[in-house]
Design a protein around this ligand. Sequence first.
Ligand code: KMH
Ligand code: ZN
Length: 306
Amino acid sequence: MGKRIITAALTGSIHTPSMSPYLPVTPEQLIEEAVAVYNAGGAVAHVHVRDPETGMPNADQDIYREIATQVKKRCDIVLCFTTGGKLGEPVENRVRVASNLKPELTTLNAGSLNFALFHIVDGVEEWKYDWEKPYLEGTEDFIFPNTFKTMRQYIEIMYAHGAKPELEIYDTGMINNVAFLIDKGIIKKPVYLQFVLGILGGIPATIQNLVFLLETARNQIGDFEFSVCAAGKQQFPLCTACLLLGGHARVGLEDNLYLEKGILAKSSAEQVAKLIRIARELGIEPATPEEARSILNLKGLDKVNY
Ligand code: KMH
Ligand code: ZN
């Protein structure tokens, strides 16, 4: 089996600044993180942005551009921009990064789901910013909207700008959604699936569930590239299992703040380095960014608009 793409999701929109002092929030921190991930052997950095003053997730196009431009000056890591964005962000704002930056890779969340984070407030003793607790608690009543109409619109925008969709699969039915969109000619093969396990509202993070998703996708879609990310402490077990199953893997502080039990990761790059150590023990080599481009059929860094 070939080389594997290690992605790092740098900050996301789930964790909040009170949960870890190492969560990057400013453009400068996110730029340093992306370069550190590259130096650690990561091939892809998955990018969300935040208000530099408060750490609140947002969809500020200037911040996306600053990060993209500065990272590109320093290394050739593939940047995968979120179109999931902040919870509750209007759908038209979420996709704007695809048309503005014309990146190589963007996420496409493959269906709607309850996306619940209200249960993680209990672990936080002191809040740094006023927005954090209500933002998380509000998810008890939150549905992450990704209707067939918006998925079609997002995909059309992505293809118009040469961005490949990384299809985020939070549960089994979303494989059916992707198969339907392929059948209708809306999504083009070959596809790249990111199995997202362990979100409350989606499928739990177990190895059995990863195998089940993979088998279901093989039955419905045929051939594809796949990766996994898993919330919290299941991150390393699930990433290791996915590598053994022939897939790629995503780590990063978006999904898990820890390096090991009780020890916060100081950077997503530390998690990348750990996963690569595990992979190499198993005889698995990480892909370079150029190799990742070839595996995923990406258009190349010379064709982006940043
Ligand atoms: N938020 C993660 C659970 C996205 O950014 O669009 C999955 C994700 C999707 O990273
Ligand atoms: Zn994300």
